[in-house]
Ligand binder design. Structure first.
Ligand code: ZN
Length: 272
């Protein structure tokens, strides 16, 4: 009896399996998933536009202008009157100079590749309010690029521009770089203290602008071997002093000189 039951169940199972198979065979074929066609056009390969010539980097010298305040109240040689600044910027434009940013300078100095005609960098130290109110409109008027070395602890304090101005200028294309947190003479600090000044100021600026900060300018131009090591360790590509001269990679990428702009000087004389 038990055996008969087992055979019966076996036959029933066979029937069910066969039935299922037949059902599947007669069912309309399952649709193959249609591969999604990417409708976005194939991106054109980006070929960098050739805007300049290749130059031997050993001999390439690029002026990095050093301004501080742009103000009518000229009480020391760190202040250039706005009309004089305007005339200097106009002279650069009229004489076919090409302003580049410090982010661009780094690669040009190292490789000498694709160097624009008459390259020049405009920098401002300290982050004064008048950089925003006086210099920025003139830079926009002549469509010139520039960099500002910001003392991060001074933002919005004591005649220094605030975060909103910093953000607006950065969004426009004026690059923000570091002039440390507290503007202390770095050569008086330990390596660890220097590293903190360099790292913290970089982090504050990168957070505010959302852009990388690749340069540091040493307060009052003071620096020592620890400063150069710290600048490298903090992730900077270049360090600037107040020593006079046009920048060449053999000056050392962490001890690059600049061209000091004092009131009354003509751009022609400054660039000689
Ligand atoms: Zn300074």
């Amino acid at each position: 009896m038990k055996k008969i039951l087992q055979i019966g169940i076996a036959i029933l199972c066979c029937f069910l399996i066969t039935g299922c198979t037949q059902d599947e065979a007669s069912a309309p074929p399952k649709k193959e998933p249609v591969p999604k066609i990417n409708t976005t056009p194939k991106q054109e390969e980006i070929v960098p536009t050739k805007t300049g010539t290749d130059v031997n980097p050993e001999t390439l010298k690029i002026p990095v202008l050093m301004y501080h305040s742009i103000n009518t109240n000229v009480k020391n040689n760190l202040i250039t009157p706005p009309d004089e600044f305007d005339a200097q910027m106009k002279w650069l434009k009229d004489n076919n100079y090409h302003t580049i940013t410090l982010a661009e300078l780094d690669e040009l100095l190292l490789t000498g590749k694709n160097v624009p005609d008459k390259p020049i960098v405009i920098t401002f130290d300290d982050g004064y309010q008048d950089n925003y109110t006086n210099a920025y409109p003139i830079l926009k008027k002549y469509d010139l690029k520039a960099n500002i070395f910001v003392i991060t602890d001074k933002i919005a304090k004591n005649n220094h521009f605030d975060e909103a101005a910093l953000k607006e200028m950065s969004d426009y294309g004026i690059e923000m770089d570091s002039h440390t947190v507290h503007h202390q003479e770095l050569n008086t600090l330990t390596y660890t203290e220097q590293l903190k000044e360099l790292k913290d100021s970089k982090a504050v600026l990168e957070k505010l602008t959302g852009k990388p900060v690749n340069s540091i300018c040493y307060p009052v131009g003071r620096h020592n071997e620890d400063t150069e090591r710290a600048a490298k360790a903090a992730g900077y590509a270049m360090g600037f002093t107040t020593a006079a001269g046009k920048a060449n990679k053999n000056d050392g990428m962490y001890t690059l000189p600049r061209v000091r702009m004092v009131p009354g000087i003509s751009m022609q004389a400054a660039l000689q």
